[in-house]
Ligand binder design. Structure first.
Ligand SMILES: [Zn+2]
Length: 282
């Protein structure tokens, strides 16, 4: 089973995780820029973080034979912090980089006017840079959050076929599917979506445009959830081709719209020295 985890925060994970992921079949990941838990106090801390997503983390992943790409954005939560907003003006410096395969994760957290503004601005940046967008849907008020997200997408210059809506569940899947966007599901250890519910959704709605991720980060999470979904799909009667479509070909097709996906790790493995070359300002 070959696996592409389209949403995982490897910065927060250990080398044990990389080893276990590789053994489970993970060959590629996308790491979205997000909130580190500790609030940032200045735009400069984003610069170092974005550089690490483009330099240090792909270097670490390559040690385990895993191709690493990232998405770059001001995350929804910190869109509410005036100390962070200036980074919006700096994003174009990173959005032109080779390993950046989407703008993300963007979207709504508490659905504030500040989040409206940051979302609209970043959907426009995606359109301007020919990139797709990874759009997180809020964990509270899910259906209202999805509808407001879809309004923002429809008002933007980005077609729905270039948008991946993430953290979907039973309450949001139908409207999300009807929108023409790609459908992302994050499978967690004990809350929100689990693998049995995920497989039930695949039975009900089919594998078209569906991506499954672990969204593993600094909280309780499991970087092997993608594999566990694949195993359960097979046990419940899905074909190996269906599993390959959901866990490999769909993410390859979605992020491939960037024109920047390189899945041959050996050909592209960054060196540690490469970090300085990758710095955003140069
Ligand atoms: Zn995330």
């Amino acid at each position: 089973m070959r696996i592409f985890d389209p949403h995982i925060h490897m910065t927060s994970r250990t080398t044990d995780d990389y080893e276990a992921m590789r053994a489970a079949g993970v060959r590629a990941v996308v790491e979205p820029a997000f909130w580190l838990g500790q609030p940032r106090t200045a735009p400069a801390t984003f610069r170092d973080y974005f550089d690490s997503l483009l330099g240090w983390e792909p270097f670490r992943a390559a040690q385990y034979g895993i191709a690493h790409h990232c998405t770059i954005a001001l995350n929804p939560k910190e869109a509410n912090d005036p100390r962070c907003l200036p980074v919006l003006d700096e994003l174009p410096r990173w959005l032109v980089k080779d390993r950046v395969v989407a703008v993300g994760e963007i979207g709504y957290d508490a659905m504030t006017p500040a989040e409206d503004k940051a979302l609209a601005a970043q959907l426009q940046l995606a359109a301007d840079h020919g990139l797709p967008a990874l759009v997180h849907t809020p964990h509270r008020d899910k259906l209202a959050g999805l509808r407001r997200t879809l309004d923002a997408v429809r008002e933007s210059a980005l077609g729905t076929e270039r948008v991946l809506l993430d953290h979907l569940n039973e309450t949001t899947v139908e409207e999300a599917k009807d929108s023409g966007c790609w459908l992302g599901f994050s499978v967690y250890p004990d809350t929100k979506m689990d693998e049995a519910r995920m497989v039930a959704l695949l039975k009900a709605y089919g594998p078209e445009r569906v991506l499954v991720n672990s969204a593993a980060d600094w909280g309780r999470s499991d970087p092997l959830k993608t594999r566990k979904v694949g195993d359960l799909m097979l046990a419940e009667g899905f074909s190996e081709d269906d599993v390959d479509r959901v866990l490999w070909r769909n993410p390859v097709e979605f992020y491939g719209m960037s024109g920047r996906l390189v899945l041959d790790v050996a050909a592209t493995a960054p060196t540690h020295e490469g970090n300085s070359v990758l710095r955003g300002g140069e």
